[in-house]
Design a protein around this ligand. Sequence first.
Ligand code: APR
Length: 308
Amino acid sequence: MRKKVSIIGAGNVGATAAQMIAQSGIADIVLFDIADGMPRGKALDIAEACPLWNSSVSVKGSNNYADTKDSDIVVIAAGFPRKPNMSRDDLLHANADVVKAASDAIAKTSPDAIILVVTNPMDVMAQLAWKATEFSCRRVMGMGGILDSARLRTFLAWELNVSPEDIEVIVLGGHGDQMVPLPRFTTVKGIPITELLKKKTIELLIHRTRNGGAEIVNLLKTGSAYYAPAAAVFQMVKSIIFDEKRMLPCAVYLNGEYGIKDLYVGVPVILGKEGVEKVVEVKLSKEEKSHFKESCASVRRLVKKLSI
Ligand code: APR
């Protein structure tokens, strides 16, 4: 039987993720949104593209959580995106209400689902979704590290004039400006970038990656990035549905790993049919450890603000 993926929030990220899943034919999709009619319109449009993609999946739009019943995976991409001069943290309270409402509904309608949280500030929203649903932490995670990695891979590929496919990146910590890249584990087909680029160049590329979201917000003016975020969601969905056990950086619950307790933050994990099947721990240098701790502290500050 085909898996069922429900996407809460049929905006730019949600609808684009739905498109990618439909196009690949890997799951039936329900697009949910509070906006009247809109998710049905987008779902109909995507469904009408399926014959052209040779895809037989079902794509349904809805304003009713009952339609998301018994989903295998639920993606939470509902809420408000950033506007110019707005940080992800400015979104905190508005999006917390949205994520709490979505989590309460999912807990009732899809009690066995795996939840992928995209809504920003993502690490905090993942922790909120976990608390609100009371699901096992293996089944609730946030999308962020894959996007940060993809951005860094892109900039490195341009700098080195190689395919981004050959670039592997590990990032830790909070999503976006708080990310902690690990240049010594960032390689081109196994060759650390520290062997290929000057320290200054690496720093510049990391700086651009950190501000990757804001760079796009400032260009778009009316919304935030969605093609790459949706592609990152798609990679997670695929790794879970096909039990690929990809090692991907995701925001997951740490309970002592990396010396951090009771916090959702980005680390490399193995993603399979059970959700987060393993947290992969790498030994950090003193400097990396201190950057990671700083990043965790800023995520924790927001968690405290919400009294999660
Ligand atoms: N329940 C369901 N959907 C909701 C709710 C809610 N309570 N509140 C808002 N929405 C819907 C909106 O109607 C809108 O269609 O969420 C959608 C958000 O879509 P966009 O505004 O296009 O935002 P998008 O770019 O998709 O980003 C969504 O992901 O990357 C993050 O920072 C981003 O938090 C933002 C989220």
